[in-house]
Unconditional design. Structure first.
Lengths: 399, 257
């Protein structure tokens, strides 16, 4: 079960800069005669990964990160500009459902064509044809030209062919998000069966749900390079955290406490995380917010502490006043206090802890200090926090 | 194995697409050149009063038809196959398979159609012109289609690969192919040309085929062994050269489509 189906080493792809008439001529000349490099844009560089039989790899990343290009390189549609890709076994690539369908031909004729493209012919095709038609389940439309199909029907037909073909390696590009609910379920169920039966999958999706459900490993591409590769939960969480923090950075800009204010937060530390580095916690572990603040006039401030998700959604907020806690001041007007969360129910993701000092009347806010908090874990639950819950015992229905 | 099956699928699709929706279907393969032949026959025989020189020469219509059909297969194949890669850009971007198949399929489709027409027309001419050698000539003539096919495929591979980079090629080709036709002894016999020009005609790759079809089917003229050897060499050489260039550029098609 451990033979490698796909191996890429230092894989890179550049596209030639486009395209006036003269550029194409020059490109042709260089390809044929002078072998000098063509002016080009790099879309993928130095990608090394391995997929073994029975494994499933999810590719994630923003639009234009090079995911589709990588799939095309693996499936052999594109030729790498640098590095190499080695694939063993039969590939079924669904780069786009219904690609290669001729709109003027009937569904049946297109099945024959696509099957032939995937190397299925003769007797094997004859036995598979009824199965494909049954899986697609589009009734009498099978003998109509594909141009009369709804887009859902095209998708059904495309998936049905692959489903019956059962390739060694299945490569799909965001195709699970199509078709009606029932057919989507059918596809997911088929995928699960395929994986349980030892199938190998490379999946590109923007749905972390699908990635987590179907893949063991994930690879995060950023600007054409591998940002992270590893277990699916680690990678998807790191990716989401990155996305969220990028959004938040756009939203808020920088608001920092500064100048000589009545109340100043001088230092905030989460457990013993150094400086402004994020604190990394395992899911469910407790943590403390330690702070040092200064009161210019010797008055006792109210301290508000909140946890927001990295995109700014509030999760929980509380103040010393609500809890009836009074921070003690020393002679220098400094206060050292700490707040402990013993059992935070935060789900894995990236969070920010915010500390705001308020005047004793609770009217004015003096600056804000933020620290990042990352919770890691392997749960498939959704949302921000785990809500305590239990399943009730089932009651026998009375006849 | 799967290459052959795939070529068959593509060629079949090509044929279906060409005749899709027409009542006569594949019969157009015969109708259309027959109609063209009728027009030529009227213009050349009735208007220009054209005749083939020689005491025992075949009729003009038979003379024209026997070389015109192979020419149609040849030029139709090249013209269609040159655009094979460009027309299938969407497919090439999505599915990995040997791209030469696309060119091969179009050349096959053209030859199948016009070979059928050729057989029908030779059989038909047999009743009007006793120069036609049906049983002795037809099988040999079909054999002659083999190097012609190789030549067409070689040229098509070459042009289809270049067409990806230089899109004007197919426009240019549409102008050049008729020129090639008029510079081959299809409408006329070589002997009616001024003697000074006659040898130049041999530079046209189709000249050999036109004269060879005349010789085989109508017993008009002879096939010289050196020119046969030369033609076979040219066909094989063109095929190799076309295939070499095609595989050389194949890897880069996707970037330029």
């Amino acid at each position: 079960m451990s033979d490698v189906l796909v191996r890429t080493e230092g894989l890179g792809k550049v596209y030639p800069k486009s395209f006036h008439h003269r550029d194409r001529m020059r490109a042709l000349w260089r390809l044929l005669v002078s072998r000098r490099r063509i002016d080009s844009t790099a879309v993928l560089s130095d990608v090394s990964l391995e997929v073994r039989r029975g494994e499933s790899l999810g590719l994630i990343g923003a639009n234009g990160a090079g995911k589709s290009t990588l799939l095309k390189l693996i499936s052999g549609v594109l030729t790498p500009s640098s590095g190499k890709v080695a694939v063993t076994g039969e590939i079924g690539a669904l780069l786009e459902l219904g690609a290669g369908f001729d709109p003027d031909q009937t569904g049946r004729e297109n099945i024959m064509m696509t099957a032939a493209l995937h190397g299925m012919t003769g007797a094997r095709l004859k036995t598979s044809m009824p199965k494909i038609i049954e899986f697609a389940d589009i009734g009498q439309y099978i003998d109509q030209p594909v141009k009369h199909y709804s887009s859902g029907m095209v998708v059904r037909l495309g998936f049905a062919i692959i489903a019956v073909l059962k390739p060694d390696l299945l490569i799909t590009d965001e195709v699970l998000a199509v078709g009606d609910e029932a057919f989507q379920k059918k596809c997911i169920r088929w995928m699960q069966d395929y994986l349980d039966g030892g199938g190998t999958l490379i999946l590109v999706s923007h749905s972390m749900y699908h990635i987590q459900k179907l893949c063991q490993h994930a690879c995060w591409l950023r600007d054409g390079r591998v940002a992270m590769i590893g277990g699916v939960f680690d990678v998807t969480q790191a990716y989401l955290a990155y996305q969220e923090s990028k959004l938040a950075a756009q939203d808020s800009g920088t608001e920092r406490a500064g100048g000589d204010l009545e109340f100043m937060v001088e230092e905030v530390q989460l457990d013993d995380a150094q400086g402004e580095l994020p604190l990394i916690l395992e899911q469910g572990a407790g943590f403390s917010v330690k702070l040092r603040l200064r009161s210019r006039e010797g008055r006792r401030p109210i301290i508000a502490i909140g946890i927001v998700r990295a995109d700014g959604t509030p999760v929980y907020g509380v103040s010393s006043e609500m809890d009836g806690y009074q921070p003690m001041l020393n002679d220098a007007g400094e206060s050292h206090c700490a707040l402990r969360f013993d059992e935070p129910q935060l789900l894995p993701g990236s969070y920010t802890v915010r500390v705001h000092p308020l005047d004793p009347e609770g009217l004015r806010v003096f600056g804000t200090v933020e620290r990042a908090l990352v919770v890691r874990g392997n749960t498939s639950e959704f949302g921000l926090v785990r809500l305590a819950h239990r399943w009730l015992p089932q009651v026998e229905e009375k006849a | 194995m799967s290459t052959i099956a795939l070529t068959y699928e593509f060629a079949a699709r090509e044929l279906r697409a060409r005749f899709a929706g027409s009542f006569a279907g594949i019969l157009w393969a015969v109708f259309q050149p027959a109609l063209q032949l009728a027009i030529f026959a009227f213009v050349f025989v009735k208007v220009f009063n054209a005749r083939i020189p020689g005491a025992d020469a075949p009729g003009y219509v038979a003379f024209l038809a026997v070389a015109l059909w192979p020419w149609t297969a040849f030029s139709d194949a090249i013209l269609n196959a040159t655009k094979a890669i460009q027309d299938n850009a969407a497919l090439i971007g999505k599915v990995a398979f040997p791209r030469a198949i696309l060119v091969m399929a179009r050349v096959c489709a053209s030859f199948v159609i016009h070979l059928l027409g050729f057989v029908v027309i030779v059989v038909a001419l047999n009743f009007f012109d006793d120069h036609v050698r049906l049983l002795a000539g037809l099988p040999l003539a079909l054999l002659l289609y083999v190097p012609l096919f190789a030549l067409a495929l070689g040229i098509s591979l070459l042009l289809a690969a270049l067409q990806v980079f230089v899109r004007d090629l197919v426009q240019l080709l549409a102008q050049l192919l008729p020129l090639l036709l008029y510079c081959a002894p299809v409408f006329y016999d070589r002997t009616i040309m001024p003697v000074a020009y006659q040898p130049w005609l041999s530079l046209n790759p189709f000249t050999f085929y036109a004269e060879a079809f005349h010789a085989i089917v109508l017993d008009h003229g002879v096939i010289a062994a050196p020119s046969l050897a030369c033609a076979l060499l040219v066909a094989a050489g063109t095929l190799l050269c076309g295939y070499w260039l095609f595989t050389r550029l194949d890897k880069h098609f996707e970037d330029f489509l």
